[in-house]
Design a protein around this ligand. Structure first.
Ligand SMILES: [Zn+2]
Length: 352
């Protein structure tokens, strides 16, 4: 049986004015419980790096953000009546999205300080996506219908955020694992809505303007690097992987973002995503620390930018982390120990 394709969204405005969206296959009708005290007013700003020609973000209020709280004080857990207040003041939910309390971008970002270098207000939006009311678990362990809901939530957030006049590029992502500095263990991701196309994305935009580089790459390599797939979506280790066990997930047909997916596309993409995470976790028999980045078309690039996910795992062996060191940080050139061909074969052998 497949879940209803109708997604319900309830909007709640929190005590400090931040929006909280409760998404579900079923309507959310639970009563409000305990709200957090309003946080500090967000005051992010941007400073121009004249040597690199790029913006650097500053958000000094972020220093006060929650650092590895014990489970009973988790700000992402549903809040029971009379319980410790958190970000989601309802006793249960399917997927919750709320404006980040410590944003790097904000629609009402104040005027930046005047400095000897160019500065700009950090206009945009930052949101937190909580995948589940359960405090522990992973994308791979969620039921299929929840992963499908997640893809639909991304699509909905893209639509809303790309409609903001100050936003040029929207990037959902997940930082996963204490090894790479994750401070909250509750399964969640984030969405940054940037007022510009960020430096790591600009080369992708340039490449897609020249041609359908992702489908051309697929045509050249065939299925040799595939680790999961179905009729609509496929996952593979790119032959040019920059990280050990790097994986890309893409719809086989062209889509600028998940907002153009039909029901079958959503199901297919969600299924491949779940299998990929399960294979990565199976590789060393423990949750893989990774960055999972969604690359969808920036505003104006919808005709040729092919939506896909890039996952950057940080374990190079069961107990050794990949560090971005001198060559990567200083030169921008990645050095990788294992070959992508071998890694694709190993990931195919994992029982997900
Ligand atoms: Zn929690």
């Amino acid at each position: 049986m497949t879940a209803s394709t109708q997604v319900h969204r309830r909007t709640h405005v929190k005590a400090d004015g931040r929006k909280l969206f409760l998404y579900g296959w079923r309507p959310h009708e639970l009563p409000l419980t305990e709200e957090l005290e309003p946080g500090p007013a967000p005051q992010p700003h941007l400073r121009w790096h004249p040597l690199r020609g790029e913006w650097v973000g500053y958000a000094s209020h972020r220093q006060e953000r929650t650092f590895k709280p014990p489970a009973e004080f988790c700000p992402l857990c549903p809040v029971q009546p009379g319980g410790f207040p958190g970000e989601i003041p309802f006793a249960d939910f399917e997927i919750a999205v709320f404006e980040n309390r410590f944003p790097a971008f904000h629609p009402d970002a104040p005027a930046p300080p005047e400095l000897p270098i160019p500065t700009a207000p950090a206009k945009g939006q930052c949101e937190v996506v909580v995948y589940s009311a359960a405090h522990s678990g992973t994308v791979a362990g969620l039921p299929a219908e929840r992963r499908e809901l997640m893809v639909r939530v991304w699509a909905d957030r893209y639509r809303d955020l790309l409609a903001m006049p100050e936003v040029a590029f929207v990037m959902p992502f997940e930082n996963r694992g204490e090894e790479i500095g994750v401070t909250l263990h509750h399964p969640h991701g984030q969405i940054y809505a940037f007022p510009f196309v960020p430096p790591a994305v600009a080369p992708l935009v340039e490449a897609f303007r020249k041609g359908p580089v992702l489908t051309e790459l697929r045509d050249r390599i065939g299925g040799a690097y595939d680790i999961a797939g179905n009729d609509r979506a496929v996952a593979f280790v790119p032959p040019c992987a920059r990280f050990p066990s790097e994986v890309w997930i893409m719809p086989r047909a062209f889509h600028p973002g998940p907002w153009t997916f039909d029901d079958a596309d959503v199901r297919a993409f969600a299924a491949v995503l779940g299998e990929v995470v399960a294979r990565l976790d199976g590789l060393y028999g423990k949750p893989m620390p990774y960055l999972c980045i969604l690359y969808a078309a920036p505003r104006g690039e919808e005709a040729h930018f092919h939506f896909h996910i890039q996952i950057y795992p940080f374990l190079r062996t069961a107990d050794r982390l990949k560090y971005l060191a001198g060559c990567e940080q200083g030169a921008g050139m990645f050095l990788v120990d294992g070959l992508p061909e071998q890694m694709a074969a190993r990931l195919r052998e994992v029982t997900p």
